[in-house]
Design a protein around this ligand. Structure first.
Ligand SMILES: Cc1cc2nc3c(=O)[nH]c(=O)nc-3n(C[C@H](O)[C@H](O)[C@H](O)COP(=O)(O)OP(=O)(O)OC[C@H]3O[C@@H](n4cnc5c(N)ncnc54)[C@H](O)[C@@H]3O)c2cc1C
Length: 379
């Protein structure tokens, strides 16, 4: 009987794991000793960091979308059919069309989603840039925006912790270029007592804010939005008026995680070193859906996927695995249209943002194109 590997989710993490396993286990797959199935819920793949550039009309929506099947090694069987139940006791998953698919090894890579409805009034009164439709809507609103108060407000938890800062810096440059900076105010709010979860990044961002005259309020957790009066009310009892609200809504993991009783709010309890679902040696977790307290980012998903692919390969080929995840995360942070900073960190080394430069900005733009090769496991 073939050893069955099933991967749930065809985003960054799922695609990297599938391609790396296809490469390392190709000989066994060819002779029928191993099979790899990817089950995902849509036929296309969005490069999500590109949504920032779609918002500012620096990339077209079609630049950041690919057919999922073209990104996955043909030796992997790709099924487009949402998973509706994960049954770890019977080692199987059930799909929306009623398929029962057994596994020996399961990789959960079902990501995270925005849940604006957790904040009353947000969907009606605010914009975001975290989905394709919302990025296009914000792009169209910005095209007609000729000055006023823009509030950037951040809900938790959310993926890509640096994206709200990037949005703030890009807005500043956009208003400068459009000649409406003197008629505009950019106001940033953040839920904890600094402007970013990572203290060194917060210290760096505050200096940038002060240099650019961007105002901010910390300890501001969105409670409700009064869309008619254009006011954001915080749980702390304060309020901020706006002409344009750009919010990062709170996130949850995929619904199937909660429905299957695996993790509250869709976050899967995950061992931070070995990346298995707690007490389940045959279930691995990568990307946004883990409950590991590190950044939910594409780079995190990618590095975790490399480790999981190596662990599964070793277990199948040698019976043991020594591979561990060290918490590595790496991000380029746009600080304007023409400059970016860079951070990397892991469980033991804190981030140290570099001075923004043109070169780092070009590196981020280059990575935007290289992404399709990285998910294929080529880079
Ligand atoms: C605006 C923005 C900017 C960003 N910028 C950066 C950046 O600069 N750097 C960085 O590192 N990261 C960035 N990110 C974050 C990055 O895109 C995510 O962290 C990354 O995609 C997570 O990978 P994942 O595989 O966990 O989830 P995803 O890539 O979201 O993939 C999850 C997959 O699972 C599928 N799925 C969900 N539920 C089911 C189900 N029930 N059945 C089957 N399939 C299912 C989904 O459709 C999707 O295909 C950004 C994100 C956004 C929104």
């Amino acid at each position: 009987m073939a050893i069955k590997i099933v991967i749930l989710g065809g985003g960054t993490g799922g695609t990297v794991v599938a391609n790396l396993l296809a490469r390392s286990l190709r000989d066994k797959i060819k002779v029928g000793q191993v099979t790899i199935n990817m089950i995902t819920d849509k036929p296309y793949h969005i490069y999500q960091p590109g949504l920032l550039y779609v918002t500012f009309d620096r990339m077209l929506p079609e630049d950041i979308v690919r057919d999922q099947r073209t990104l996955v090694d043909p030796i992997v069987d790709v099924l487009i059919d949402p998973v509706v139940n994960i049954d770890r006791d019977n080692k199987k998953v059930v799909t929306e069309t009623g398929r029962n698919i057994n596994y020996d090894y399961l990789v959960i890579a079902t990501g995270s989603r925005t849940v604006p409805e957790l904040i009353p009034g947000l969907a009606e009164g605010g914009h975001t840039f975290y989905t394709m439709d919302e990025a296009k809507r914000l792009r169209n609103t910005l095209a007609g925006f000729n000055g006023g108060k823009v509030v950037i407000s951040v809900g938790v938890p959310h993926k890509c912790p640096v994206a709200p800062l990037e949005m703030t810096f890009l807005l500043y440059d956009y208003f400068s270029q459009k000649g409406i900076l003197n008629k505009s105010e950019i106001f940033y709010t953040y839920p904890i007592n600094r402007v970013h979860a990572l203290e060194p990044v917060s210290n760096w961002a505050v200096q940038e804010f002060e240099r650019k005259g961007i105002k901010y309020e910390t300890l501001f957790n969105m409670e409700r939005i009064d869309a008619d009066k254009k006011i954001v009310h915080s749980m702390e009892g304060t309020e901020v008026g706006y002409d344009l609200l750009i919010a990062v809504p709170p996130h949850k993991g995929s619904q199937v995680i909660e429905t299957s009783g695996i993790g509250k709010d869709g976050w899967v309890p995950t061992d931070k070193i070995y990346l298995n679902n707690d007490n389940h040696e045959d279930v691995f977790v990568v990307g946004d859906t883990t409950n590991i307290p590190i950044s939910k980012a594409g780079s995190t998903a990618h590095f975790e996927s490399e480790v999981v692919a190596e662990i599964i390969t070793s277990k199948i080929t040698t019976g043991v695995s020594l591979r561990q995840y060290d918490g590595k995360v790496l991000c380029f942070v746009e600080s304007g249209f023409d400059a970016a900073s860079y951070i990397w960190f892991n469980y033991t080394t804190p981030p140290k943002p570099t001075t923004p430069s043109k070169m780092l900005h070009w590196m981020k733009l280059t990575y935007n194109k290289l992404y399709w090769s990285t998910v294929k496991g080529i880079l």
